[in-house]
Design a protein around this ligand. Sequence first.
Ligand SMILES: *[C@@H]1O[C@H](CO)[C@@H](O)[C@H](O)[C@H]1NC(C)=O
Ligand SMILES: *[C@@H]1O[C@H](CO)[C@@H](O)[C@H](O)[C@H]1NC(C)=O
Ligand SMILES: *[C@@H]1O[C@H](CO)[C@@H](O)[C@H](O)[C@H]1NC(C)=O
Ligand SMILES: *[C@@H]1O[C@H](CO)[C@@H](O)[C@H](O)[C@H]1NC(C)=O
Ligand SMILES: *[C@@H]1O[C@H](CO)[C@@H](O)[C@H](O)[C@H]1NC(C)=O
Ligand SMILES: *[C@@H]1O[C@H](CO)[C@@H](O)[C@H](O)[C@H]1NC(C)=O
Ligand SMILES: *[C@@H]1O[C@H](CO)[C@@H](O)[C@H](O)[C@H]1NC(C)=O
Ligand SMILES: *[C@@H]1O[C@H](CO)[C@@H](O)[C@H](O)[C@H]1NC(C)=O
Ligand SMILES: *[C@@H]1O[C@H](CO)[C@@H](O)[C@H](O)[C@H]1NC(C)=O
Ligand SMILES: *[C@@H]1O[C@H](CO)[C@@H](O)[C@H](O)[C@H]1NC(C)=O
Ligand SMILES: *[C@@H]1O[C@H](CO)[C@@H](O)[C@H](O)[C@H]1NC(C)=O
Ligand SMILES: *[C@@H]1O[C@H](CO)[C@@H](O)[C@H](O)[C@H]1NC(C)=O
Length: 718
Amino acid sequence: MYPLQLSDMRCNRKLPINSLGISLLLLMSLASTTSSCTQQEKASLLEFLSGLSQDGGLTASWRKDTDCCSWEGITCSTDGMVTDVSLASKSLQGYISPTLGNLTGLLQLNLSNNLLSSGLPQELVSSDSIITLDISCNRLDGELPEMSSSTPVHPLKVLNISSNLFTGQFPPSTWEAIEDLIALNASNNSFTGQLPTHFCTSFPSLAVLELSYNRFTGSVPSELGSCSMLRVLKVGHNNLSGTLPDGLFNATSLEIISFPRSGLQGTLEDTNIFKLTNLATLDLGENNFSGKIPESIGHLKRLEELHLNSNNMYGELPSALTNCINLIAINLNCNNFSGQLSKVNFSNLPNLVSLDLMRNNFNGTIPESIYSCINLIALRLSSNKFHGQLTKGLSNLKSLAFLSLYNNSLTNLTNALQILASSKNLATLLIGRNFKHETMPEDDISGSFDNIRFLGISDCPLFGKIPFWISKLPNLEILILSNNQLTGSIPAWIKALSYVFYLNISNNSLTGEIPTSVTDMSMLQSVKTDANLNPRVFVLPVYPALSHQYLQPFAFPKLLDLSNNKLTGEIPLEIGQLKSLHSLNLSFNNLTGHIPISICNLTNLQVLDLSNNNLTGAIPGALDNLHFLAAFNVSDNDLEGPVPSGDQFNTFETSCFDGNTKLCGPMLIHKCCSAEAPPASILSTEQTDYKVAFAIAFSAFFGVGVLYDQIVLSRYFG
Ligand SMILES: *[C@@H]1O[C@H](CO)[C@@H](O)[C@H](O)[C@H]1NC(C)=O
Ligand SMILES: *[C@@H]1O[C@H](CO)[C@@H](O)[C@H](O)[C@H]1NC(C)=O
Ligand SMILES: *[C@@H]1O[C@H](CO)[C@@H](O)[C@H](O)[C@H]1NC(C)=O
Ligand SMILES: *[C@@H]1O[C@H](CO)[C@@H](O)[C@H](O)[C@H]1NC(C)=O
Ligand SMILES: *[C@@H]1O[C@H](CO)[C@@H](O)[C@H](O)[C@H]1NC(C)=O
Ligand SMILES: *[C@@H]1O[C@H](CO)[C@@H](O)[C@H](O)[C@H]1NC(C)=O
Ligand SMILES: *[C@@H]1O[C@H](CO)[C@@H](O)[C@H](O)[C@H]1NC(C)=O
Ligand SMILES: *[C@@H]1O[C@H](CO)[C@@H](O)[C@H](O)[C@H]1NC(C)=O
Ligand SMILES: *[C@@H]1O[C@H](CO)[C@@H](O)[C@H](O)[C@H]1NC(C)=O
Ligand SMILES: *[C@@H]1O[C@H](CO)[C@@H](O)[C@H](O)[C@H]1NC(C)=O
Ligand SMILES: *[C@@H]1O[C@H](CO)[C@@H](O)[C@H](O)[C@H]1NC(C)=O
Ligand SMILES: *[C@@H]1O[C@H](CO)[C@@H](O)[C@H](O)[C@H]1NC(C)=O
């Protein structure tokens, strides 16, 4: 209003001076009435301020001598009533003063994402003015307040109390008085008890009900079916039981049904599902649903996301799925679906961005129609029974960034690589456990895998050598060629892989010495990490609009695994350059010579396995500098002398030293005579305790790390 009048004045420059003066006066008086709050409102706000132990700098603008309508986060109506208190993400600490309930014109209160604690004042929920109340992401606790019966009108429409520490039943029965409620978000608290049956008799206008991440028990009430306005229903991550009641499918306005990991079972009935013609998201992942996907799913013309992953569903995919032409994401992983995929005509699904069918029993060939989904970014068909060769059509998928075909019965690796190498956006390619007994192609692959960061061709087993074309993958970060029958030596060009920080070529038949070029791998040398690493690689990339990001980024450790080969010679002294290594495994080779003392420089090591070689000499005492070392094994060598003592070395089992008859130590059968005794630790007990605690903490941390390959790879890619 103000700028408008100003411009009006500019346009009327020819006005006589006194009339301009009058307009100015008018304007000023108007301005003063538009923005002056009452002493009482100011007092209420100052009372709120005084309840804060951290005010995030509010005091700078919330001054007694100024008009509270000009304070940070405050908006007033033209008549000077405070209508809006917007203080999200201000690092506020302390409690929420009930005096905010005295602001009789307050329509919106947003205190989201602060560190406010103690309870939610009853005065706010039962305010007779507040329409939108968002106190999400704080540390508020206790049970929710009962509603005062004294105020007849409760205009509250939007209530977000999510991500707090509330407990008890939800909602308290007295809340039935909030008749106008449209959106109720109570996710991520510790509410218990059954889901109330009266939601939509109490709140007939309810459109959004979000109760996920709580401790609700019992069944899904069929009365939810009477919620004729309900569009969003999210109740995942609870401890429910039973199935989705038939009645629920009467709520035909539903656009989102989301019950992941909530303990449900049962089947999807043909006679139910087709009623929900507005449905855009159906997420029933990680439950115990069984049965088939009903044909009537084809009636869900607006369906964009279908998540039925990790259930016990089976049968063929219904051809009617072809009718859900708006599908963006399909996740059916970890079920028992079977049959040929070719029943579904994927060329009708042009919006498909992500298709995840991992761990089912699909067989036949990969249907050609998938290759017309040109927006596909992620395709995971791993652990099924697909056979045949990849076809050229795959190169139509120009956006494809993630492809896992691991663990099928595909053939012709040369052909597969020729087709995939020209995929400009392909960042993750996992095609191992296919191509049984084929030979690793050595000739240059035409096309260069421009963007590939993660290449896994393990468990085939493949014959041949580590091929030279790998040296030309400019962005490679993770290379896994383990469990094949590769022969020849570790190529000297390995150091050209300047971004590789995870190299697993274990369980092959590689011969020769460990080349010093391995010790020149720059990512393993540099302590400063990951500047180049784009976390997107590790994600099954998903369309940003998808509510469901079903693969989390995860960090691989820096790893060099050359175990179970036929490597000979000595461990190069230069190994000490790989300062950022977390895991070094040289076990089950034929290595000779001493353990180079430079290994003691690998201060980030968490795993060191040198077992089952022919190493001689002493275990360097300085290894006890490796404070993060949580797994250590030198068994079955020919080592001699005392075992390092102190710190985490006291925590390693004696089996880590077995098979070295000349080793001695307090925990071994062979005790050291005094001449061999290791130097006494100069650390005080306190320091030692600290270091032991540290080591234990890291072993706990590392418990995940040791199993990385198995768990992470199988979980995410297998
Ligand atoms: C403001 O609110 C508090 C607590 O709700 C109440 O005790 C007090 O009387 C109110 N003050 C005024 C002036 O209404
Ligand atoms: C509260 O503010 C946050 C941050 O600006 C915003 O994301 C949220 O939508 C607001 N809440 C409501 C109910 O508008
Ligand atoms: C809280 O939930 C409401 C209703 O669902 C929503 O409008 C609001 O944006 C949410 N607030 C935040 C911070 O996400
Ligand atoms: C509920 O609030 C949380 C913030 O804690 C927000 O992330 C979520 O999107 C909201 N849910 C709905 C359905 O608005
Ligand atoms: C739940 O709330 C906690 C604490 O506010 C937060 O750290 C966490 O990310 C939230 N979880 C979800 C799933 O929203
Ligand atoms: C879930 O509820 C069942 C009983 O219905 C109970 O036995 C189980 O311990 C609960 N689980 C969790 C994680 O609360
Ligand atoms: C759902 O609709 C059917 C038929 O329209 C009706 O018989 C049934 O009572 C309804 N159930 C609920 C929970 O509204
Ligand atoms: C594919 O799977 C279906 C269903 O399990 C089975 O009946 C059929 O024989 C299988 N076909 C082949 C070629 O394995
Ligand atoms: C494998 O693929 C290559 C290249 O496409 C082709 O030349 C060769 O004939 C194929 N081999 C078999 C056995 O099909
Ligand atoms: C290790 O080398 C010796 C001698 O060269 C050979 O006899 C032995 O078979 C090799 N062992 C392995 C496991 O390669
Ligand atoms: C360990 O690293 C330091 C500093 O980089 C270097 O001076 C020293 O020679 C190395 N020690 C061994 C045994 O390689
Ligand atoms: C290494 O040890 C194996 C048995 O452990 C032995 O057969 C072989 O001769 C040894 N090789 C060398 C080179 O010492």
